[in-house]
Design a protein around this ligand. Structure first.
Ligand SMILES: [Zn+2]
Ligand SMILES: [Zn+2]
Length: 350
């Protein structure tokens, strides 16, 4: 036992020294969160390379086909790299934080009022409350007061009259949230139109990156499907091969098929959410969200028709802040009205 401890200690010391040297060379690795995020990205790239690499390594027919029809392999490789690029873009994109939207609103006011602001430092969050530091006169400090009031007023207008400000203020960041925003405990920030926190991407999915996320799942599904077809073509080819090559290909094909089913379901689910202007959080926690509690199950309170929902999702949603008020009682009653023949002819749902 003593001998084991005696052996383990020098090994541990050498390991610690090597890690310290590594952290000095790459300071970003000293943060555990960034380390796990980098590890995840590395695992994803490796997984993609293994699936495609083994295919090109084992499949002699594919190499022959590449020589005769280079466009086929070029298209496959294009999709392969586009998926990886889309993954990194989505992973690095902002989901649209409430604090940034608030900052955008507060910075807009001096421009509108044409006040000369000589030098300005960015806003920062400290001790859970927003602190905006501006160099300059008392006038500018007064403007800050006006700006936070303008944000409060903007938020207040989005809720039905009579709702208490306490109901929409985040207890963690002390920021007033517009409807559909939620505090994410992983990011420790409030996210606009919060959908979910994606562990695979290491970021939240919200108003700012939901569109990118949909494209990423779409590309990943297409890549998975194409790779699966190439694997099946290889296994079906009538040529003699080593048994272990077949065994590896079958195991990889099974895991690929499971991933494909999961991706297809995810793609369909998010397409449904987009067409009805809902978020995963709203769908799953519908009964627990105060502003959705009184609304009947089959009513989509934020839906403006399929076409408009699609347009907003693709073209408007990535903007930092869009004003989306809670529907009035009259609008909910209008939406809950049963469909008539006239509604079908006029495409009411669109
Ligand atoms: Zn918050
Ligand atoms: Zn998050």
């Amino acid at each position: 036992m003593m001998m084991m401890v005696g052996i383990c200690r020098p090994v541990r010391d050498t390991w610690d020294q090597a890690m310290d040297r590594c952290y000095r060379l790459f300071p970003c690795l000293s943060d555990p969160a960034r380390r796990s995020s980098l590890g995840l990205k590395l695992a994803l790239v490796t997984l993609h390379l293994v699936y495609a690499g083994i295919l090109f390594l084992f499949d002699g027919d594919l190499i022959e086909r590449t020589k005769s029809e280079p466009w086929y392999t070029a298209l496959y490789l294009l999709l392969f790299f586009a998926t990886l690029v889309q993954y990194f873009i989505t992973s690095g994109s902002s989901p649209g934080y409430v604090i940034d939207a608030m900052r955008a609103v507060t910075e807009k006011i001096p421009i509108i009022q044409k006040t000369p602001v000589t030098s300005k430092q960015p806003a920062s969050s400290k001790n859970g409350s927003l602190v905006i530091t501006m160099d300059g006169s008392q006038l500018e400090r007064n403007l800050l007061g006006n700006n936070t009031t303008s944000w409060s007023k903007l938020i207040m207008d989005m809720y039905p009259p009579g709702t208490s400000a306490r109901n929409w203020t985040c207890p963690y960041c002390n920021v007033e949230q517009p409807p559909r925003a939620k505090h994410c405990h992983d990011c420790d920030k409030c996210v606009l139109q919060f959908d979910h926190h994606c562990v695979w991407l290491g970021t939240c999915i919200g108003q700012g990156n939901h569109c990118r996320f949909w494209w990423y799942i779409c590309e990943e599904t297409a890549l998975c499907l194409w790779t699966g077809i190439l694997y099946i073509t290889y296994l079906k080819a009538n040529i003699s091969r080593a048994w272990w090559k077949d065994a590896i290909m079958i195991v990889l094909l099974i895991t690929l098929s499971i991933s494909l089913i999961f991706l297809l379901l995810l793609l369909l689910f998010h397409s449904y959410l987009i067409l009805t202007n809902q978020t995963t959080y709203e769908l799953v926690r519908r009964r627990r969200i105060p502003y959705l509690r009184g609304i009947p199950e089959r009513i989509y309170p934020f839906s403006k028709g399929i076409c408009r929902n699609l347009y907003d999702f693709c073209c408007v949603r990535s903007s930092i802040f869009i004003k989306e008020s809670l529907p009035t009682q009259q609008e909910i009653e209008e939406k809950s009205r049963p469909y008539t023949c006239y509604d079908v002819v006029t495409c009411r749902c669109c």
